[in-house]
Design a protein around this ligand. Sequence first.
Ligand SMILES: Nc1ncnc2c1ncn2[C@@H]1O[C@H](COP(=O)(O)OP(=O)(O)O)[C@@H](O)[C@H]1O
Ligand SMILES: [Mg+2]
Length: 278
Amino acid sequence: MRTESTGETILQVDCVTKRLGTGAAAVTAVAEIDLSVRRGEMLLVMGPSGSGKTTLLTIMGGILKPTSGRVKINGTDITSMTESQLTKIRQKEVGFVFQSFNLIEYLSTIENVEIALNFAGISGRRARKRATELLTDLGLGDRLHFKSGDLSGGERQRVSIARAIANNPCLILADEPTANLDSKHGHQVVALLRDLAKQQDRCVVIVSHDPRIVDIADRVCWLEDGRLSDHQTLDASSLAQNRLIAPAPTILERPQEREAEEVLVRKAASNGDADASS
Ligand SMILES: Nc1ncnc2c1ncn2[C@@H]1O[C@H](COP(=O)(O)OP(=O)(O)O)[C@@H](O)[C@H]1O
Ligand SMILES: [Mg+2]
């Protein structure tokens, strides 16, 4: 059974709106978003392509500033910070995991992790030791000196997770982390992100349109046209109790847009013999 997280609030999003583009091309990418996520909790924000997921995630992590509204990380308002203050927050408090891994191709596995440590002021033997430990923990001890081009997609995403947690951030933000992975590796990566929340007491937010992740999150919100729809804000544990989620899903290799909603509606309609305990 899932347990409610009782940890303190790590991420607080208050009435965040972001307008992008200018003139006739201007769009409101996200509108009036309110969210809070606790330590030890894994939140999934689902939504079709273009619904504002990446915009919201990049605002949460201080990459993009909202047009209005506030974001607090660990109690600190990052909204009015200068770029250099934000850089520090991103290095120390936030770990990003991207759909396309964003590894530096010409660096080795260990160097890709070391570089994140170097940016945060840890270098030399200390960085090498920390990177080695992290990668070994993630099952990549025999891949330390491989270039990322020589790794599988799942291995690359694990390297990017090692890089994301290198500086011990309290907040992990993952943008479509399974989109380029097959079902087995996608499942491993999501399980790993869940471990970061549950075993390491971090706060994890995943944005995705991969419906097979629904079962593994503590809480699921739906984003549509930049807005969180209240009536679709569902708590995964109450869904499980209502027997609406099917057991042990595998992650689709090529999730289709809007499939998330379709799957949920199907599962809700069938009211099948579900047991989402993990
Ligand atoms: N730089 C930009 N300029 C103008 N519009 C943008 C820009 N980036 C994203 N958008 C628009 O904002 C909306 C949300 O985009 P995005 O956050 O990337 O959605 P998602 O990640 O859910 O696919 C989309 O309509 C997209 O076209
Ligand atoms: Mg996106």
